[in-house]
Write a protein that binds this ligand. Structure first.
Ligand code: DX5
Ligand code: ZN
Length: 218
């Protein structure tokens, strides 16, 4: 799908009614699937068995965000079950470039995520090894937190370097993305937007997705 891409996060969905929740976001570009292990972040969601069912049920492709320790061991399994993209955290990976190559070999888009306090200097020379970079705009772990504008210079730097190097990398933001914050992330260079509460908290979900898309396009 063309940018700007809107990826609703099912962290804000009703887990007991996942099939109907997935049907409600059919006009989105991807469904953002937050996997948390209670070690890398202080919260727990679900693992491969649930994600496999989401893959079988979702009307849109899966954008899996792994907030887990030891992604070198676990991330390939999510690519194997058919996720369109698999994003692991830079802070948790032992061999990020080797892992990204493995994900691509399996057929997934390879993504790397950074927490608000993590610098990206080490990534710049490896930009071509990744299909997407996720700049966390909150501390990972929970939905409904406030957007951190202090992460925007890092995003701007990634956008500049991506352009300068002619790399084909999607720049994603996740956390606190809503009508009041999405334009500044777009202006700083993001082209892919994760939104949990701003989508699932809306009465008119299609309207919320379309509204975010148009705010990001300006
Ligand atoms: C937070 C998750 C996000 C979360 C965003 O750690 O990675 O995907 O669902 O939720 P909102 O959009 O409510 O900040
Ligand atoms: Zn996420």
């Amino acid at each position: 799908p063309d940018a700007p891409r809107i990826n609703p996060s099912i962290l804000a969905a009703d887990f007991v009614n996942m099939q109907s929740e997935l049907a409600r976001i059919a006009s989105a570009d991807f469904v953002h699937v937050d996997v948390m292990d209670n070690h890398f972040v202080p919260n727990l969601t679900f693992g491969p068995q649930m994600v496999e069912r989401i893959q079988a049920t979702s009307p849109v492709p899966l954008d899996v965000h792994l907030m887990i320790d030891d992604p070198d061991r676990w991330a390939p399994g999510y690519a194997e079950l058919g996720a369109a993209s698999v994003t692991f955290h830079l802070e948790a990976a032992a061999e990020p470039v080797a892992l990204a190559r493995r994900l691509r070999e399996i057929g997934a888009r390879a993504g790397v995520a950074v927490k608000p306090g993590t610098e990206v200097d080490g990534l710049l020379e490896h930009l071509h090894e990744f299909d997407q970079i996720l700049v966390m705009t909150v501390e990972p772990g929970f939905g409904g937190q406030g957007f951190m504008p202090e992460t925007m210079p890092k995003l701007r730097r990634l956008a500049d370097e991506t352009r300068r190097r002619g790399a084909d990398v999607w720049l994603q933001v996740d956390g606190g993305i809503a009508a009041g914050t999405i334009a500044q992330a777009a202006e700083a260079g993001a082209d892919t937007f994760v939104a949990g509460s701003a989508v699932f908290g809306a009465d008119d979900i299609d309207g919320a997705i379309a509204g975010l898309r148009s705010l990001a396009a300006h």
